[in-house]
Write a protein that binds this ligand. Sequence first.
Ligand code: NZQ
Ligand code: ZN
Length: 382
Amino acid sequence: MKNFTFQNTTKLIFGRGTIAKLPQEIPAGAKLMVTFGGGSVKKNGVYDQMTQALAGREFIEFWGIEPNPRVETLRRAINLGKEQGVDYLLAVGGGSVADATKLIASSIRNAADPWDIVLNGNLLGEMLPMGTVMTLPATGSEMNSGAVISNDATGEKFAFYSQNPQFSILDPETTFSLPDEQIAYGICDTFVHVMEQYMTTAGQSPLMDRWAEGVLLTLIETAPKIHANKHDYNAMADYMLAATMGLNGFIALGVSQDWATHMIGHELTALEGISHGQTLAIILPALLQVMKAQKLDKLVQYGERVWGIVDGTKAERADFAIARTEEFFRSLGLATRLCELNVGSETIDEIVHRFTTRGTVLGEGRNIDAKKVAEILRLCRA
Ligand code: NZQ
Ligand code: ZN
């Protein structure tokens, strides 16, 4: 196990009716800005619960944060926050609203342009305190410091890291209104977050391995229950907590991480507008195939403990494990090949060009370079 320092400062408030606890978490005199997406919270009653909870408090609202939030939209929110002297933020919605709010909170007291803040962590100054009411289990943004921001003008999408929300309220009933495809993306995103922290070098920490395998097995067991009835409170609660636990640092203590699937996936979203979870379902199986030799022991362990694969040579067992992973994504209703989404070779060439220019090397072995990215993308096009 490697050395590590771990601190997660987010207070998690979980369960039915917990939006009512908002006033206990937001200081009474705060100059509050509440941020939202495109309106789902008005249809599913979350907005009403929030306004009831904050009755008697003054706050300003910022609407219209889109999926894969664009810096162009956020500049408007930041200017409003500056004008109004905002000193506390509350994000109400999915990961995009939470991520966007991290950038807004990092920019209101900062003279730097928000895109420069995304690109250069040294420009980060004081982040205003923020909380979230999370309505979409997927990103873990409710309990981590990460945020992923898109730039329309440059066609880019990058992550930056600021601070955790002070608190996050997760009421599984708020997820009952999610469209089927968002549930599929969210389960896949959570699964791949865990895989990116687990599917590396075997034998680093039995504790982290078991913890990660526990989250993966929970998702595999829960997905059909949600498919049968998305108003199944306990199934949604397990999925929601799995998403938080999948990316709040708890399964990554002292072990190496990969994240190449995410980095390549972000390019597909930036260039083709493909939803985040969908990009991962396409990239991960191909990446595992291309990196099979390096990840062989872990693939065999994963195959046995998660999918019950015990027969065959090591190489065969790894192949079965990859095939089962792809089948799982397909069982969620997701595409697993680029050709299904009509993504052509020009897009692949552009992604490879970007990795070549940036000189980025990815993966736990820092050996997924532009050439390997090309191999992975060509394999998932087939
Ligand atoms: O905008 P509204 O109207 O609210 O609708 C949203 C949006 O259209 C809708 N939605 C959310 N909750 C709902 C709901 N519809 C009905 N009922 C509900 N309860 O779902 C749509 C998608 O929302 P979005 O927030 O974009 O989805 P998600 O939570 O998957 O977030 C995706 C973004 O997070 C980034 C992704 O790259 C992408 O930009 N990520 C953030 C990470 C992090 N902060 O650590 C890590 C992830 O790997 C990921 O990269
Ligand atoms: Zn993700």
